[in-house]
Write a protein that binds this ligand. Structure first.
Ligand code: ADP
Length: 399
């Protein structure tokens, strides 16, 4: 069974073709700069390692997906003889609100309309995700189209966690509450972590720390999300590449009233110019770490704030969970930066967390334990794989 996974952004389209059973990745690729004068295609045959990269004009997502289809069919490197061999297309959709609490087969215009109606909650992401589904319905007409939502894993949050202390009508009439994001990643690493330790995922308590460009943490109790750091949108919680995480919301009033910024400027400032970028002028953590090593004061401040915020959430989630089986680090920073992991875990004996320096410094790409032998809480590095998790969820709906 061949399953295509699509992650459509506003000007990009990421894809992977899986073969089930076996969960083998046949191809993976990325089309960037959709809608610009010159687009970029990167396509890799995972089985042989062969890859191609070229520039081509890609005016819209329809053309981008047609390009993907032709690459899958092309010449001696063809992975399908006919696009009808693709049984399902699994789509990453960022926001499912309360309506979509599980992966969903999208089979009608009415369902697409229901999805479109949620775009006001994620205007930067959902419209592109929906375009991906629309064009996929045309290009892969025989395939089932399945939407997998970043918010779905967090639909188990209790109401006292997801509600904001604002007038009730804003929740009942407009759905303003915390939803949480990176759910596919947190779900995947929590299950992988439990299985790696030989524990039942349904009895596993973990604090999952996803540190990529976007950063979030989730308290996972008995396999379910019970609290998470992002809220209505992916802006709250931890300090991220270009988003601020938690701050006093009255700051927005100051920007608007006193500095006379319009809402577009405020939006841009908070989504694109804040976080590490706002503090140290860079959103790539590797660059900031280089400056940190050169004693650059703003880089040092940014790193201290970044680590401090994660530690604060660990403290909070330890209380939420009561018993913590594992702390899990994942995504670009979480998987690769021994320095950040060390800073996060420093002096946490009080919570039963004791990192082993040597195990932490080893650089492998597989799931591993990095705690000392007498650490009550396991500390794991689990490489995330959101595409595989979307494929797993897609297949579950087919059988
Ligand atoms: P995205 O959220 O875009 O999927 P990733 O999970 O790929 O992001 O993470 C990107 C972040 O990971 C960047 O800030 C990058 O600097 C950081 N990163 C990648 N490798 C390392 C490393 N070896 N040390 C520190 N940070 C790293």
């Amino acid at each position: 069974m061949k399953i295509l996974i699509l992650n459509a952004g506003s000007s990009s389209l990421k894809y992977q073709l899986f073969e089930f059973p076996g969960k083998k990745v046949l191809v993976s690729g990325l089309i960037e700069k959709i809608g610009e004068t010159s687009g970029r295609v990167k396509h890799k045959l995972t089985t042989s390692g062969d890859s191609v990269e070229y520039e081509i004009q890609v005016p819209n997502h329809q053309i981008a997906l047609e390009e993907v289809a032709s690459l899958l069919l092309k010449g001696e490197n063809a992975v399908v003889q006919d696009t009808s061999e693709i049984e399902a297309v699994g789509h990453r959709v960022v926001h499912g609100a309360e309506k979509f609490s599980a992966p969903t087969l999208i089979h009608s215009e009415d369902m697409l309309e229901e999805l479109r109606n949620l775009s006001y909650l994620a205007p930067l992401h959902n419209p592109a995700n929906i375009t991906g589904i629309e064009v996929s319905m045309r290009v892969f007409q025989n395939a089932k189209q399945i939407a997998v939502f970043d918010t779905a894993f967090h639909q188990t949050l209790p109401s006292h966690v997801y509600r904001y202390a604002i007038p009730n009508a804003l929740y009942t009439e407009h759905g303003l509450r915390a939803y949480g994001f990176h759910g596919t990643s947190h779900q995947y690493v929590a299950r992988e972590g439990a299985e790696f330790l030989g524990m039942d995922p349904g009895r596993f308590n973990a604090i999952s720390i996803h540190l990529g460009n976007g950063c979030s943490m989730t308290a996972v109790k008995e396999g379910k999300s019970v609290d998470t750091s992002m809220g209505l949108t992916p802006m709250g919680g931890l300090i991220m590449g270009s988003r601020p995480g938690d701050f006093d919301p009255s700051l927005i009033l100051f920007l608007a009233k006193t500095l006379k910024m319009d809402l577009g400027e405020v939006d841009n400032l908070l989504n694109k110019k804040s976080g590490l970028k706002g503090l140290a002028g860079e959103n790539d953590l590797r660059e900031i770490l280089k400056r940190y090593d050169n004693n650059h004061p703003l880089a040092q401040l940014a790193i201290h704030m970044y680590i401090y915020r994660i530690r604060k959430y660990i403290g909070a989630y330890a209380v939420v969970l009561g018993k913590v089986d594992a702390l899990i680090f994942t995504a670009g920073v979480g998987e690769n930066s021994a320095f950040i992991r060390e800073g996060v875990c420093k002096d946490l004996d009080i919570l039963g967390i004791k990192l082993d320096q040597q195990l932490n410094s080893a650089n492998t790409k597989t799931t591993r334990e990095i705690q000392q032998a007498d650490s009550r809480v396991k500390v794991l590095v689990v490489p995330t794989n959101e595409e595989l998790e979307i494929a797993n969820e897609t297949v579950k709906l087919l059988v």
